[in-house]
Design a protein around this ligand. Sequence first.
Ligand SMILES: Nc1ncnc2c1ncn2[C@@H]1O[C@H](COP(=O)(O)OP(=O)(O)O)[C@@H](O)[C@H]1O
Ligand SMILES: [Mg+2]
Length: 521
Amino acid sequence: MRHSQGLAEQARLVSIVRTATTASKDFGDLKYWLTDLAITQLASSQQNAAAAKARLDEDLKAIAAFHSEGVAAIGREVDTLTELARRAGEAYSGDDSAEGNVLLAQARSRILNIDDEIDKVVARVEQQALAGRDASARQAERVVNLSIIGGMVALALALGLTAFIVRSITVPLKRLEGSMAAITRGELDVEIPQASAHEIGAMTKTLGMLRDSLIERDHLERERRRADAEIRSARDAAEAALRELKAAQANLIQAEKMASLGQLTAGIAHEIKNPLNFVNNFSAVSAELIYELQDALRGADLDGKLRTEIGEITDTLRGNLEKIVQHGKRADGIVKNMLLHSRHGSGESRRVDINALVEESLNLAYHGARAEKPGFNITLERAFDPAAGEAVLFPQEITRVLLNLISNGFYAATKRKAEASAGYEPTVVAATRNLGDSIEIRIRDNGTGISSEAKEKMFDPFFTTKPAGEGTGLGLSLSYDIIVKQHGGSIEVETQPDEFTEFRIILPRTAGSLSGSGGRT
Ligand SMILES: Nc1ncnc2c1ncn2[C@@H]1O[C@H](COP(=O)(O)OP(=O)(O)O)[C@@H](O)[C@H]1O
Ligand SMILES: [Mg+2]
């Protein structure tokens, strides 16, 4: 700003110097034409003098602002000179050349003064211009110097500031980078550097928020997993409860069915027993009578043809009656089995050794089977718990159950042997186990196994898969009654078709006393 002012001032001074020089030249014109006019009195000289005067006035006016006193003095001298020239011209015109010469001499002295004044003004203007130029030059030099220093200072400041900014960015960035890497590795407990106000501060805050949101996310995830686990275990518990409920319900239904079927069976058996007794007794007696009839006829006088005919008829009659006796006995056996459901004549309850009871049942079943089928053979295994101990129960009834289970096992194993390959060894295993307040008896065979349809119905009375004459279908239904109803125990089956069947009985040690002889409902 100051520099440009200096330049403008410089330009103004240069212009004034030029004007002052012009003024000196214009005054040269004026003094020539005034002198010429004074002597010649020519109109053209007057015009030229007037023009030079006008130019000089113009020049002086321009310089006046710069050097008013000098210019004013020059103006006055010029006016006097003009007046002296005019009077000299008049004197020459009036042929007063002496007066004219005096006036012209005075005019010349004025001209010297004016030249002198103008020179002084020019010199002064020039001097000022030079001083101004020097000042400007110095000013410019100072400005240059200042700008160099300023530039250097600015450069130093810029370098310092840059270093500071770079440091203020890189140091927090380094720390942030460390924190980010740690968070990426999953170390959510990492220290996050202190936040400040600038962009790095904002980034730091953002990183903090990111870490917090990740921690929150992890927390929510853990919560969700826990809730899931709780829901799962609650659901499992509910399902288990439902399964137990269903099993209990099935047991209840089974028990109810058994009870009503048992009653029905017992009723029917009673009804059938008497007429069946008639049939059996009278058929047996009638068979005897046929023998007697044949004896009597032997002594009678009959012709050969009639004798033969009678003989054939009585033979057929005797054969029929024997069949009636035989099948009547079978029916009687069924009815007796049915009546066992009504618990008549099941003996007394007493304390017995369980292992001895099971051993006795095994022997009875084995010899019974051999008596029925002479070629029968099977491997018998015992896995008795020496600590099985004693229990109070109805021994005849439990023996009946065990006999049925063992002979069912014999049947299944023998049946499988008839179908299976050579390496197959039919086996029945009897096992006991002390359960403290109760005793476990297991009868296992490696026979045919039981299909799931048969498994559902096997405890029903009269359910059998055996051919007529070989099974009554009452064994398991009776066993269920004895174990569950009479002894307050349980009977379960586990089976795998073509692999094995295992019955598991649990008897309380003292439950036998709960339900006495004939205690059936
Ligand atoms: N150990 C076993 N192996 C295979 N099936 C068996 C076994 N025990 C019982 N069963 C099946 O259960 C049915 C009913 O048995 P049960 O009540 O004793 O009557 P039964 O022996 O007179 O047929 C049998 O016919 C048979 O189908
Ligand atoms: Mg049976």
